[in-house]
Ligand binder design. Structure first.
Ligand code: ATP
Ligand code: MG
Length: 252
């Protein structure tokens, strides 16, 4: 139970830490997951812990990518499940076209099962993991268990949403011809640079915003979504994110 008062100036940030610590104790988050969160948190601090216009543009592009895709898949890891498990359930309920697959940086069969059971317990019954497939597909360029894909999930995906993802896997997904949308607070990370669409914003703010945009785009003409993507410039988004961080450092 949280005893963080709403009036605490860092209440939102402290509650996210609490979710991760609970996830750690439940065996969903790893110790290194806490460290990865710290890196994101520091950048969010510099960004003023708010959604910037460059992130809104990236969310609009992300929604266009996922709406136009034949097989869009959301991949989740331990941190993601701990931070936005409930929001993912809502996303899944609102968007039956989206598949969900668990992929862990620190993989063990037990941990994968715990993450999967946790997600299913929240209501995301269709969450997948390669271990439940008789013939997992393999993503070239990776040598850990992260290379395995469920054939009905990332295996057949043409567009993949990754969050808090390692650069290696992002690179391998892009090299495989898939379109990658990344949620990553660090505009300098390999993931942020490799992805075709990078949403530089905090995960718990992004998922509900993406959910709303996907609902709006359901009735959007195909040409409008294609035009939005043609006009989208991910390099400009990353440049603006770096500039916003600089401004944060300047204390402005
Ligand atoms: P890369 O491998 O892409 O170069 P990295 O090695 O610096 O990145 P990883 O641990 O591989 O970092 O990936 C985690 C990424 O997730 C980091 O870039 C971090 O900034 C980001 N991140 C952490 N927590 C959040 C969060 N709550 N919301 C959005 N992004 C986050
Ligand atoms: Mg990394």
């Amino acid at each position: 139970m949280s005893d963080i008062p709403d009036t605490h100036p860092r209440a939102a940030s402290l509650r996210l830490r609490e979710r991760l610590v609970e996830g750690l104790h439940a065996g969903i988050v790893t110790e290194t997951g806490l460290i990865a969160h710290g890196r994101g948190e520091a950048i969010d601090y510099l960004l003023g812990e708010r959604t910037h216009p460059f992130a809104e543009r990236a969310v609009a592009a992300a929604s266009a990518v996922l709406t136009l895709a034949a097989h869009p898949v959301v991949t989740t890891n331990g941190n993601v499940v701990a931070l936005v498990g409930r929001e993912l359930v809502a996303l899944a309920e609102h968007h039956p076209r989206l598949a969900f697959e668990v992929n862990l940086f620190h993989h063990s069969p037990e941990r994968a099962q715990r993450v999967l059971s946790h997600l299913r317990g929240l209501g995301l019954a269709r969450a997948m993991h390669f271990s439940e497939s008789a013939a997992p597909a393999v993503l070239p360029g990776l040598d850990s268990a992260r290379r395995f894909m469920h054939p009905e999930g990332v295996g057949k995906a043409d567009a993949v949403l990754v969050a808090l993802e390692d650069g290696d896997r992002c690179q391998a997904l892009v090299a495989s011809g898939r379109t990658v949308v990344a949620i990553d607070l660090n505009p300098l990370s390999r993931t942020a640079k490799m992805a075709q669409v990078t949403i530089v914003d905090e995960l718990t703010r992004v998922v509900p915003a993406l959910d709303r945009q996907l609902l709006t785009d359901r009735t959007a003409p195909r040409e409008e979504l294609e035009r939005r993507l043609a006009e989208y410039d991910n390099r400009a988004v990353l440049r603006e994110a770096v500039a916003a961080i600089r401004t944060g450092f300047a204390g402005e």
